[in-house]
Structure formats: C-alpha cells, structure tokens
Ligand binder design. Structure first.
Ligand SMILES: O=C(O)c1cc(C(=O)O)c2c(n1)C(=O)C(=O)c1cc(C(=O)O)[nH]c1-2
Length: 236
C-alpha cells in the first residue's frame, strides 16, 4: 500500500468506498438463500431473533458517536438516528421507531415480544460481532465511527429485495410485518448522504482514505460474521 501517494479526488474516494459493496452481506450464502425463498420458518425466526440484537445495539452505537462528537452541526443531525430506532411517540404510531417495527416483524414470524426481547436466541458470534461495532464507536474518533456506518450505502437494496421476494416466498408471514424494511429505505438514504459527506470531508490524505476503506471493511466483516454465526446456529 502506497500511503505517500496523492489523495484520491472526492469522486475517486467515494467510488472506492462504494466498490466495497462487493463484500456486503447481501452476497452471503445465508442471505442469498433467505431472499431466494429457501429458508425454513425456523431459519427465518432465527435470523429475526438474532438480528434483533443488532437493532438494539444501533441506538447505543449512535449515542456513543454523539458522546464523542465535538461538532454541534453533526450532533444536530446525528441525534435523529437514535429516535429513528427508539421512537419518539407512543408505541402504536409511525413514530414508534425501528425497534418497535422489528418487534412487529418478530410477531409476524411467530416470535412473541417477550421472547425476542429476552435475547435468548442470540448466538455468541452475533453478540460478539455487534458488541465489536458498539465498542469501536465508543473508542474511535467520531469521524471513524461515522465512516463505519457507511455499510448503509448498500442497505436499501437488501431491504428492497426482501420486500420484493418475501411476500411470495413466505406467504405465512403477515405482510404488515415487513414495514421495518419499507421504513428504512428513505432513512438509510438520508443517513448515507450525511455519513458520506462527513467521511469525504475528513479523510483527506491517501493514508486516511485507506484507513476509511479498512474501517468500512471491518464493518462489512461484522455483518458477514453475524450471518456466519446465524447460518451455523440454524443449519439446513
Ligand atoms: O438489514 C440490513 O441488512 C441492514 C444493514 C445495515 C448495515 O448495512 O449496517 C443496517 C440496517 N439493516 C438497518 O436496518 C439499520 O438501521 C442500520 C443502521 C446502521 C448503522 O450502521 O448505523 N446500519 C444499518
């Protein structure tokens, strides 16, 4: 790696970041099977129960970034992410938040609220991977933690894939349970616009740009590792 090389232009750097999508968990064999209608109800339930741990970590991760961030303008925007997941209204309306929507997804696949929230189905590998993300956000400079959220660049497609394939592949799942995926598409786009602007502004030397790519790879590895652990916990 030539870290003394001239920095990439903003466009080149963004293209390098986007190119990392080739390692996104959309390509993981478990995800390919899931969106291809090949998963059993037990495997779908296992995925939903394990992914709930990621959902529950996200607002804590965003609070860690806020607590490290000395830039008021960033904090004003970033705080919305916590409310997106935790909600900011009663527990029935559209402002009930992502964790509530994921709980409804759980109920739609046959997992009661108490069972989901007990975390008793969470595999150790999933727990370690999610905790690694949270711990990174607690310790890293806030711009690096922002960069690690950029896997969301690739998330709208995975949500759209589920919305397109699940109703036909898994007719036993109440379609209202898929609202979480629908809700995330515009939010992910907004998050990426902000996270990408922070990243392109902050990582300005070639060595820093390379560091940003390594951080994004670390986050891709977290998502991939989660599916490895889920696949192992719910074999064919
Ligand atoms: O379903 C998915 O595959 C997926 C992936 C990701 C991601 O790429 O990190 C997120 C989400 N969903 C998601 O729903 C979400 O709210 C979210 C927040 C973040 C983040 O890093 O701050 N990633 C993701």
């Amino acid at each position: 790696m030539d870290t003394t090389a001239a920095p990439w232009s903003r466009e080149q750097f963004e293209a390098q970041l986007r190119d990392k999508g080739r390692a996104y968990h959309i390509h993981h064999p478990f995800n390919v099977r899931m969106n291809g209608g090949k998963c059993s109800p037990a495997q779908i339930r296992g995925w939903v129960a394990n992914r709930f741990y990621y959902q529950s970590i996200i607002p804590m991760k965003d609070a860690a970034i806020l607590s490290n961030c000395d830039d008021r303008e960033t904090r004003r925007l970033w705080i919305a992410r916590i409310l997106d997941h935790d909600g900011h209204d009663d527990y029935s309306g559209s402002a009930a938040g992502g964790i509530e929507a994921w709980t409804r997804l759980g109920e739609a696949v046959g997992i009661a609220r108490e069972e989901l929230w007990s975390l008793r189905h969470v595999a150790p590998g999933v727990r370690f991977a999610c905790d690694a993300y949270l711990n990174f956000a607690r310790r890293a400079p806030w711009q690096e933690a922002v960069c690690s959220s950029l896997t969301e660049m690739f998330a709208p497609q995975i949500h759209k894939d589920r919305l397109a394939s699940w109703p036909e592949c898994y007719p036993w799942i109440d379609a209202a349970g898929l609202d979480y995926f629908r809700s995330r598409i515009p939010l992910a786009q907004r998050d990426v616009d902000h996270g990408l602007a922070v990243t392109l502004d902050h990582f300005t030397t070639r060595a820093m740009q390379q560091r940003a790519l390594d951080i994004l790879q670390f986050k891709l590895d977290i998502l991939w590792t989660m599916l490895d652990a889920i696949e192992r916990a719910y074999p064919e």
